[in-house]
Design a binder for this molecule. Structure first.
Ligand SMILES: Nc1ncnc2c1ncn2[C@@H]1O[C@H](COP(=O)(O)OP(=O)(O)O)[C@@H](O)[C@H]1O
Ligand SMILES: [Mg+2]
Length: 255
């Protein structure tokens, strides 16, 4: 399958990893779309988040993107608003009373049409995808997604999740619509030797020194959890003056 399901605990590095991968895919000419749906509460939120993610990958002037959006969506209405930093951004209005699942179908189709029109392959990431299972119409949403993605040969869908059993069930329970729709890829912790080398090099590159044994102990103390390892490393890095070395004592005090 060209669709994958990547899951692990929170803060193991999924989002960082996939953003790197999408960057590389962009360089190879892929249309890449990243949507984080952690905060969605309703079906409508999902539609808007996905439409916005598509809009944010489009290139050209605001006016040109606005026109493109108007032609690719038939029922969603794009609007230009200004975000907190004064930057223009697109938001989407829906027709009142319309079934949000129809809108979802439309957005999924629109991404496909847009990629086809540009003649490119696409990679679509739906991060924190397990949140879909919490929506009222979860079953219908999962069904629409399944029937849509089956016909999208030139799009790879990457479903990511932090609540392992929730996302696992969505794709491996035979009674669920998305059963078997993606290759399951559990993301394990980064191997300790890579984290140790990473810390050592980062200190070195910034004119600070960490003895290999200290880097090694640091990773062990954090049980190679990517987030905590970074957190502790950063605290130690901050207290170490340039051109000097941290010691075991520093690790005791700040770790
Ligand atoms: N390749 C890596 N090397 C070192 N640290 C990493 C790496 N990837 C992620 N991290 C650390 O782990 C933290 C959590 O990563 P994130 O991508 O947000 O995880 P997730 O999406 O799984 O919750 C990051 O803020 C970073 O500090
Ligand atoms: Mg994440």
């Amino acid at each position: 399958s060209h669709n994958v399901v990547i899951f692990s605990q929170r803060r193991y590095g999924k989002t960082s990893l996939i953003k790197k991968v999408l960057h590389l895919a962009t360089l190879e000419g892929f249309l890449t779309i990243y949507t984080d749906i952690y905060h969605i509460l309703t079906e409508e939120d999902l539609v808007k988040a996905y439409a916005k993610a598509l809009a944010s990958t489009m290139e050209g002037s605001i006016e040109k993107i606005f026109q493109t959006l108007k032609t690719i969506f038939s029922s969603l209405r794009p609007k230009i608003t200004v975000d907190a930093d004064g930057k223009p951004e697109f938001t989407f209005g829906v027709e009142s009373g319309r079934d949000p699942i129809m809108d979802l179908e439309e957005v999924l189709e629109s991404v496909k049409k847009y990629a086809d029109k540009k003649g490119v392959k696409a990679a679509v990431v739906l991060d924190e995808f397990q949140q879909i299972g919490q929506l009222q119409q979860a079953h219908r949403i999962e069904s629409i997604i399944r029937s849509q993605i089956q016909s999208h040969r030139d799009i790879s869908y990457i479903f990511m999740g932090s609540k392992k059993h929730l996302i696992f069930d969505m794709f491996s329970d035979p009674t669920r619509p998305l059963y078997g729709s993606g290759k399951m890829l559990p993301l394990e912790k980064i191997a300790p030797k890579h984290l140790k080398a990473f810390i050592f090099n980062r200190f070195h590159l910034t004119r600070k020194h960490i003895p290999k044994e200290v880097a090694s102990r640091l990773v062990d103390v954090c049980e190679s959890h990517p987030y905590y390892t970074q957190y502790v490393s950063h605290s130690l890095w901050e207290v170490t003056p340039f051109n000097s070395s941290i010691t075991d004592i520093d690790l005791e005090n700040y770790g």
